[in-house]
Ligand binder design. Structure first.
Ligand SMILES: Nc1ncnc2c1ncn2[C@@H]1O[C@H](COP(=O)(O)OP(=O)(O)OP(=O)(O)O)[C@@H](O)[C@H]1O
Ligand SMILES: [Mg+2]
Length: 308
């Protein structure tokens, strides 16, 4: 066993019982069940007394009987401040971002408004039906609160726009219309105060869509990401600032595009990103020398330190 893991295990010895919250009612329920199963297995390997709890079929009061919660719920109801508020009310410490940062992070529009206000780069955008203006083409149309690329479409001409907005509106009452950035895509995992090694995502699809995320064999995850040292440092710094401006804490993931001139643009922040063994945060953690168990242990300890 590595020294780091031994130290971590001794710090975790006093944690007590932990509920791994997974499942839930969002569109990302299935991914969350997978994240939860793997987080749970890692906790057992770390010697933690952990139990999986699905808020979709449990009385929420059961959470009072635990010493801490690891939130592995993706999407609405779990990643958006709702369960965080419940846990604040119950007085149970939990992992990751607090109520407000979770709620802001769930809204791509609120997130982009804060980034723009803080002078951080994000593609030009408007809220469909409210702020229409000419921001050029191509565009990306997306539901404002969804994940996993659900309901998203690239739009090349004005004729395609109304259909794409209608499609996104099937998933959400707010639809974001954003300038398309042609170029490389990166994601940066944040753990505590640290930006982990960025991962470059490459897909033959026109963007990193649902199929590329969960089904295709053709998606490539490149880490080290191949940017020069200066550019990689700039990307990590930008991702850390983006995380802080939203008020996020503990852990998360910031998605970024790079245009042909080398400029970075922030897309979104995920406050409870995927935690399966194939997910991006565990991949970045491995590149930083951390095992999956170590990553889970560090996220849990951070939550306890923030909130006990
Ligand atoms: N403005 C844009 N220009 C080009 N590609 C984009 C743009 N916005 C999004 N994309 C593509 O669509 C993908 C999904 O977008 P985004 O990260 O905003 O949504 P998401 O569904 O919430 O993702 P996640 O599953 O990470 O939560 C991105 O990874 C990227 O490939
Ligand atoms: Mg994303």
């Amino acid at each position: 066993m590595t020294d780091a893991l031994t130290t971590l295990k001794s710090r975790l010895a006093a944690v007590g019982s932990v509920a791994v919250l997974c499942g839930g009612k969002s569109a990302e329920r299935e991914i969350s069940l997978r994240s939860g199963a793997e987080v749970h297995a890692a906790m057992m390997a770390l010697g933690i007394n952990a139990v999986r709890v699905d808020p979709a079929d449990s009385d929420i009061d059961v959470l009072k009987s635990f010493d801490a919660c690891f939130i592995a719920l993706h999407g609405r109801g779990g990643e958006d401040g709702v369960i965080q508020g419940v846990l604040e009310h119950l007085g149970v410490p939990y992992t990751g971002s607090g109520v407000m940062a979770s709620a802001i992070g769930m809204s791509k529009i609120a997130t982009k408004l804060l980034w723009a206000g803080a002078g951080l780069p994000t593609p030009d955008f408007y809220l469909a039906g409210v702020g229409e203006r000419d921001i050029g083409f191509p565009l990306m149309v997306k539901p404002a609160h969804e994940g996993s690329s659900i309901g998203m479409r690239k739009v090349d001409t004005v004729e395609q726009l109304a259909d794409a907005v209608a499609e996104a509106a099937r998933f959400d009452h707010e639809v974001l219309v954003e300038r398309w950035i042609q170029g490389a895509e990166f994601t940066v995992a944040i753990l505590g105060d640290e930006a982990l090694p960025p991962i470059r995502l490459e897909t033959p699809n026109s963007f990193y869509d649902y199929e590329a995320k969960y089904q295709a064999d053709s998606t490539r995850y490149i880490c080290p990401c191949g940017l020069g040292d200066d550019k990689e440092a700039e990307l990590k710094q930008l991702a850390k600032k983006a995380f802080q401006v939203i008020g996020c804490s503990g852990w998360g993931r910031v998605d970024v595009m790079q245009d042909q001139q080398g400029n970075f643009y922030l897309l979104e922040v995920n406050t409870v990103p995927g935690m399966t063994d194939h997910s991006l945060v565990p991949m970045a953690a491995r590149a930083s020398g951390r095992s999956f168990e170590q990553l889970v242990g560090e996220i849990l300890l951070d939550g306890l330190e923030q909130r006990r």
